[in-house]
Design a protein around this ligand. Structure first.
Ligand code: PLP
Length: 386
């Protein structure tokens, strides 16, 4: 086939490095996977039932482009109650196909060709590709374990150019679990104000923070007008397969995103929207129970990693540990491959999340305590023999 049939942009983006390890692990028996970035809980029954009921009642048509108004009202109410945010259901919200699509329409709505987005890394694998596909230029901001894998205004300043349009901030972060404090967000807010930047705040893990009350970027004084808030149901509500998220932004940013959403997606699936509405109405106790369970597992898992000599900062959120494997002298890819082949534990090499991830691995602790304990036994054996 003629390679010129494929656009340069599609040729240039790299396939996700995470898939490679899943593909290898799926060919092996007895693998414990700490590789997947999703809850180990099944969506609560009342949520599934509400979705089934919507089908039984024959609600199978398109919804409003921005999503069911009743769901947007619930999202607005929820954002106020949990995060002290004020968003109008009519004018400032769009229900999307996962946070993934929310990110996609956000960058497509704001970027002109060559405009730059500052992205602290290691970061979620989709950011770079989505910015590039939107015609923008992703600019990686390196971070380190010493700085808790968080970027400061000083780091952003060093990368600032005339073409810088936005910062893409993820808190809590995938893959490091780092959470920005309110003070840190205020410093970034002042920087965004000073340089007239937008901030895309990916807060998909906002429900899963374990130590301090969560600070949402748009709740910082003056920031709502600069923020595109990305969130959804996948992580906190254990609804990854439902593909339901949302974006919240002031009208001047929401309206262009809605146009793109209208033409590319029409609307999010109706049955998932009915389920999500029930999740917000009656599912927050379940979210809190799941969060408690992750917190228990975080404590157990992080302590055990440090005990076996894999230095690991204590992540304040999400469900990922990001230990250093530098002491072994292996690259993170070689470590992950060897751990899989020798001890049948699947983890993700930190390097797939950006250059600052080299020397680290991402382990999801959203597995049963029994599986985590068995994984820890095998990892310890692996460390001692390597
Ligand atoms: N943002 C981050 C930081 C993620 O880790 C993920 C999924 O892993 C997403 C967005 C995408 O979430 P969704 O399933 O809602 O598309």
């Amino acid at each position: 086939m003629n390679p010129t049939y494929v656009s340069k942009a599609a040729q240039q983006i790299k396939p996700s490095g995470i898939r490679k390890f899943f593909d290898l692990a799926s060919t092996m028996e007895g693998v414990i996977s700490l590789g997947v970035g999703e809850p180990d809980f099944v969506t609560a029954w009342n949520v599934r039932e509400a979705s089934i009921l919507s089908l039984e009642q024959g609600y199978t048509s398109y919804t409003a482009n921005a999503g069911l108004l009743s769901l947007r009202k619930e999202i607005s109410h929820y954002l106020k109650k949990r995060f002290h945010l004020d968003y109008s259901p009519d004018e400032e919200l769009i229900v999307t196909v996962g946070a993934s699509q929310a990110l996609d329409i956000a960058v497509r709505a704001i970027l002109n060709p060559g405009e730059e987005v500052l992205i602290p890394e290691p970061c979620f694998v989709a950011y770079e590709a989505l910015v590039a596909l939107a015609g923008g230029k992703p600019v990686h901001i390196q971070t380190s374990a010493e700085q808790g894998f968080k970027a400061s205004p000083k780091d952003f300043e060093a990368a600032l150019t005339k073409r810088t349009k936005a910062i893409l901030l993820s808190t809590p972060s995938n893959p490091t679990g780092s959470v920005y404090s309110k003070t840190e967000l205020e410093e970034i807010a002042a920087f965004a104000e000073q340089h007239d930047l937008l901030v895309i705040a990916d807060e998909i893990y906002a429900e899963l923070t374990y130590d301090e009350p969560y600070a949402s970027f748009a709740s910082i004084n003056g920031m709502k007008q600069r923020t595109i808030l990305i969130s959804g149901f996948s992580k906190g509500f254990a609804m990854t397969g439902w593909r339901l998220g949302y974006v919240a932004a002031p009208t001047f940013l929401r309206d262009p995103m809605l146009k793109i959403h209208q033409y590319s997606m029409m609307c999010a699936p109706s049955m998932a929207q009915f389920g999500a509405e029930e999740a917000l109405k009656n599912g927050l106790d379940d979210v809190d129970k799941m969060k408690k369970s992750y917190r228990r597992r975080r404590n157990l898992f992080i302590d055990a990693l440090n005990d076996m000599g894999l230095d690991c900062h204590r992540p304040g959120g999400a469900f990922y540990a990001f230990p250093s494997i530098k002491k072994t002298g292996m690259s993170s890819e070689a470590f992950a491959e060897s751990l899989l082949l020798n001890e049948k534990i699947a983890v993700v090499p930190g390097s797939v999340f950006g250059p600052s991830g080299e020397g680290y691995i991402r382990c999801s602790y959203a597995s049963s305590i029994e599986q985590l304990q068995e994984a820890l036994v095998r990892m310890k054996r692996f460390i001692e023999s390597s």
